[in-house]
Design a protein around this ligand. Sequence first.
Ligand code: ZN
Length: 528
Amino acid sequence: MPDVITIFDTTLRDGEQSPGCSMDTDEKMQVAQALVDLGVDVIEAGFPISSPGDFEAVQKIGRVFGSKSTICGLARCRKEDIDRAWEALQDAEKVRIHLFLATSPIHREFKLKMAEQEIIRRTVEMVKHAADLMSQRADITRPNVEFSPEDAARTELDFLCEVVEKAIAAGATTINIPDTVGYATPTHFFNVISHLKKHVPNIDQCVLSTHCHNDLGLAVANSLAGVEAGARQVECTINGLGERAGNAALEEIVMALRTRQDYYHTATNIQTTRLWHASRLVSKVTGMTVQRNKAIVGQNAFAHEAGIHQHGMLQSRSTYEIMKPEDVGYIGENLVLGKHSGRHAFRDRVEKMGYTIDDATFERVYNDCIALADKKKSIFDADIAAIIESRAHHAPETWTLQSFHVFGGTGTIPTATVELHQSNGENSEPKITRDAATGDGPVDAIFRVLDRMTELSPVLTQYVVKSVSGGKDAQGEVLVEIEHDARRYHGQGLSTDILEASARAYLQALNKAHAGRGGTPIAPERGV
Ligand SMILES: [Zn+2]
């Protein structure tokens, strides 16, 4: 039997901390659902003391998903952090508290201003405190406490061994070795893990874990070197999100371990056919698009277009293909439906693509696709996926777009006229409002008139347009990010008309900002 590697996903904590990747609670719930469907063993849901939003998200994820995956909350080595994390995790069935304290000389001197022995004392005291809290709960037989010596990759090995030994003795069950600043290289990281295995006498009483950042593009390679040296948990994120250049990409780690099982002799609990789906979802809610040639989940990852490859591929797929597209749930650009496809064929297709949607959502998605078939000749898998993703979670909105008209071109003053419906609570008729504005171009004019009509004036920090499939009649997807009241909000819009998609995306972000619903602080607390 191969050893099973624990997959610890930190998309909702480390990933969410990176600039431009903030998620509100609803979005975090969608991502958590996708992580549970993937079979992730541990979900790091947030850093409860850092903000009320983080606390709420950890609590909700623990309540809803805590019987399926272990839900983890991050805390610094401070009593109030640990108490807050534990409070957020109260209702989760399977729980873990993750503590961190920096150990490298540069962090000791400049960040913590603490001597070595003080760091050890604090570690022991706080690991004990977390374990004590957990053992007070009747259903917990063994407290699940993870300790991370932050910046471990730059810590002197002797001191690292001492901290790790004491943390295990105090009750830590997982020891995570973070390369917080992305400084390690594969052989170096292999040696750090090997050294701990050899020199820490009680190392067998814990699971060793990796947490590698990608500043040198080596996060995945370093994590795999850690596994080779004996680490049995890997911390990672969907699409490699994370601070700066990001974290180790979950999909790459999992597929490397699976494809090269002959070498690593390990397995994971991940349902790899859900990888593509999870990647798309995270990309949608964070607004962080995946590059075309990204390993595993990029649009080109399975395109064998070069002539010489095609020839080889026709003879045997294994000449150039080390993984099958269906193994990762790849959604290609296959032509699937025409105007006359019935409900039955449509539902079939949706299920094959790995989506489970309720009847009401199915009706909305089906009607959207029929309407789309009037505008463009053929509907592709990617069109259906985009529609499902934009329809599946529909938050209540104060304003909805009724109609708009734009005027632009060379030698003109770009102008946008918009009609909105403004809801006044559930039982009263919506108010109809109309207004017009000019701008530098048609998109600018639309955004300006929407600002005026909603009486909000956010800063636009990101605007991306991309086509969902090939073809001149393809649907355009627009992703926007705005900052309002020191919080960030995302919006997404979908249409064959990119101006309409822009209006819808921006209005969705404005609706969120108006409701103050979720959004995340621009300057969150930092973690490992
Ligand atoms: Zn990190």
